[in-house]
Design a protein around this ligand. Structure first.
Ligand code: IMP
Ligand code: MG
Length: 185
């Protein structure tokens, strides 16, 4: 695998900026859900993992975490296939609970739309979405998003949970890929 410096065109969101914004989101969520009953944060694997683990450390009210695996991309693809496959389901019943979905990025909106429709059939008290990044220009399905970390332009990004062909999720910042300089090998 190549060193990411070869195809990083810019750091779009720095580690500091991420930390600050996530602290704000955690405070807002803590306030909004105080005294509202059981709260479960449902992280969408795998991109949302870094965001979830940083976010929950900034949430001051009691809550549980759960994971859901979905895959919407073909192998090596950078476009949503439009079909969303469930690869891992929740381990608990969400009936009567407040569900907050935690996503890395909302692009076409297909993934989160499919997840919301599925979970809505299980009788939760509420379902809302918290996404770190919103690429609104690319939206194909209208989904209500309660919390947005950053609205970003229509560029392919990686790092901080987001992958480039499954790699580079560990980078502590969000970077833009120069697709002319990048090729998987
Ligand atoms: P959607 O179904 O088109 O909204 O796609 C959402 C999923 O696509 C996200 O959870 C990401 O895994 C992936 N994705 C969309 N845009 C990017 C990007 O710029 N970089 C990395 N992954 C992305
Ligand atoms: Mg994802």
């Amino acid at each position: 695998m190549r060193d990411y410096h070869e195809f990083l065109s810019e750091v779009l969101i720095s580690e500091d900026a991420l930390r600050q914004r996530i602290t704000e989101l955690g405070a807002t969520i803590s306030k909004d859900y105080a005294d509202k009953g059981p709260l479960i944060l449902v992280c969408i694997l795998r991109g949302g993992v870094l965001f979830l683990t940083d976010l929950i450390r900034k949430i001051s009210i009691p809550h549980a975490i759960e994971f859901m695996g979905v895959s919407s991309y073909g192998v090596g693809g950078r476009e949503s296939s439009g079909r969303v496959r469930l690869t891992l389901d929740l381990g608990v019943d969400i009936a009567g609970k407040n569900v907050l979905l935690v996503e890395d990025i909302i692009d076409s909106g297909r993934t989160i739309d499919a997840v919301m429709n599925l979970l809505a059939t299980r009788g939760p008290a509420s379902i809302n979405v918290c996404t770190l990044l919103d690429k609104a220009e690319r939206r194909e399905v209208d989904v209500p998003i309660k919390y947005i970390g950053f609205s970003i332009p229509n560029k392919f990004v990686f790092g901080y949970g987001l992958d480039l062909d499954d790699y580079y999720r560990n980078l502590p910042f969000i970077g833009v890929v120069d697709l002319e300089k990048y090729s998987p090998e």
